[in-house]
Design a protein around this ligand. Structure first.
Ligand SMILES: [Zn+2]
Length: 81
């Protein structure tokens, strides 16, 4: 009977060691999920040259701006563009 208890104890220790080593090595359950979003195209503001995602950019007369304030400022400085 004591042999069965020792075997169970040994199995428990082995399982625990396996779990600890897997955690330390970064097991499959630690893999980060891939991002579902596509990388967004970056656009450059015609006024201040800052780069920003195209979804946040403002388009006007074929030019890209980071904000409506820079759009207005750009066309104030370049009325013929
Ligand atoms: Zn800008």
């Amino acid at each position: 009977m004591i042999i069965i208890v020792r075997i169970l104890l040994l199995l428990a220790v082995a399982w625990l060691a396996f779990v600890v080593v897997r955690r330390l090595l970064g097991g499959p359950d630690k893999v980060l999920p891939k991002s579902e979003t596509k990388p967004e195209l970056m656009q450059r503001c015609a006024y201040c040259d800052v780069h920003l995602p195209s979804g946040e950019a403002t388009q006007s007369r074929g030019k890209t701006f980071c904000s409506e304030a820079h759009r207005d400022a750009y066309f104030k400085d370049h009325p013929n563009d």
